[in-house]
Design a protein around this ligand. Sequence first.
Ligand code: FAD
Length: 647
Amino acid sequence: MAHVDRQAWDVVVVGAGGAGLRAAIEAREAGMRTAVICKSLFGKAHTVMAEGGIAASMGNANEHDNWQVHFRDTMRGGKFLNQWRMAELHAREAPDRVWELETWGALFDRTADGRISQRNFGGHEYPRLAHVGDRTGLELIRTLQQKIVSLQQEDEKEFGAHDARLKVFQECTVTRVLKTDGRVSGAFCYERESGRFFVLEAPAVVLATGGIGKSFKVTSNSWEYTGDGHALALLAGAPLINMEFVQFHPTGMVWPPSVKGILVTESVRGDGGVLRNSDGKRFMFDYIPDVFKEKYAQTEDEGDRWYEDPDRNRRPPELLPRDEVARAINAEVKAGRGSPHGGVYLDVSTRMPAEVIKRRLPSMHHQFKELADVDITAEPMEVGPTCHYVMGGVDVDPDTAAATGVPGLFAAGEVAGGMHGSNRLGGNSLSDLLVFGRRAGLHAAEYAASLTDRPVPDPLQIDTAEAEALRPFSAEDTADGADGGRVPAENPYSLHQELQQAMNDLVGIIRKEGEMFEALKRLADLRVRARRAGVEGHRQYNPGWHLSLDLRNMLLVSECVARAALEREESRGGHTRDDHPAMDRHWRQINLVCELADPQGDSRAADPALGQIRLSRRENPPIRRDLLELFEKDELAKYLTDEELSR
Ligand code: FAD
């Protein structure tokens, strides 16, 4: 094997979105030499696309808000399946993380008296989202980047090199987390531009790679969301939890086809946008589930009054949690009351004057004008559900973000599981990134500093990782057919399309047992064919090669989603079973855990009944008493079993 360049660091952070950058800042401030590695250009992570805002109970727009109310809303949104300690830490620490951003230079929109403005979002009892128009993620990343540059300037002064203690490897991809004697020892990487392989040696690796949406056909997610961190964790021996819970955002663009799935921010509804079907009916009033009946307006008048007087009226049902709204839209379209292009109408033009819409929702105004020739200040948008966020992820310790079972591995942000239970509330991701990104960086630094001996990557493992990465270049030569003849290589783009179609059609927003069996069959077939995914040409900027490598990750993660969705025989949050439509209190006690079945190889991979993933059930830890006391007993009775309540 060719020589592979090796560099030693204390902490390696995989991902330069909100979670990764916040982790890197913390690790560097704790004195650790920290490397950040990301697939795209520095500053172009998915977080940049976040529009609506960061949820934090600062109480600027309503003084009744506090961390306990935020905790309650988050647990309700997640239908009580959340890792409660994560939800507690998140609610308690989010305001400090937002204020900290301000001290680092973030410029949030202001209230009339000069405080950080906060806007309404689905499932949040009070206006809670700190925002910068509808470009909040951009400001968040800009601020974190600026902080990183300022730390690098300090290092330039002290060591004469700006990247002495904090270096960004942009447009580079990690394909394996390396382990030595059971502990993390580094990451195997390639540079996308040159195809050059290299190893970042480090005893601590933080996964901050975001989500999995590119396994689905209609998605708001960008090309980077191929579930890499989820797969890297599995391959390193760390389990994933809650993978059946995938959030379909209710409002993606449905027309024209080339932009189908692109997000229409929830801020449109937060700022008063209403949903109507083809009969002109505001249909969400027909879809308020029993668990939320007392909290939502029952008439249009009351819902409309809430925008002016939230203390004396209940919120309109357009602001129900996302899973409820997405299912309602799906049902309206199925019942033949959809818009011409298979969505429903979302209208903000009758709520606010044109100048206010342009000021509060500038990106949405631009997006619809440019992409669909629709002027949202004068006419409704057509919208429908789009795959948006994965609640499931790496099983982590709530306080330290350490991944279960693999010393030295940490995870934060969308790649980590537990925090959002079965459904995430809008705005709770950006706050999650900051709260747990910081914790992951801190504890990764502490872990690295505490070691007396550092595990060194094994050359054999590096050779194996290199051979795995090079396989697509020799797929055609090595593939043997059943009759002993040659089999042509598979086209990675066709495999990807087939995977997306299967996940969309068979494990999408509404799921059925038979369809998920069919999905597992198709995944098994795709897995076998993906081993023969082949590319031509060389390693320099070869997107077909990159996709061939990403397919391994998407197939692993998709199997986790399908297997867990088949196992959970109830409907809850981002998991709706047509054949088990009710939420079942007994299932709330259960987390589904996915692990790699055969860490040494893929002997089971071709068999749909077996596959690559082993699924097990784990009991959800009981919620701490003082946190339970934040809820009325009547409400708890909707989620907890009688036995749990009596305890
Ligand atoms: P990301 O920001 O996606 O960063 C992932 C990083 O990992 C990237 O740098 C990527 O290059 C890197 N990476 C991935 N794989 C590898 C690999 N193998 N090797 C090296 N690097 C790798 N949430 C809110 O709270 N409020 C909102 O208003 C909001 N609006 C949204 C709008 C849109 C359109 C979308 C799609 C999402 C929105 N969300 C919002 C959700 C939120 O933006 C994401 O959940 C969040 O940004 C994820 O951040 P992250 O740090 O976990 O990952």
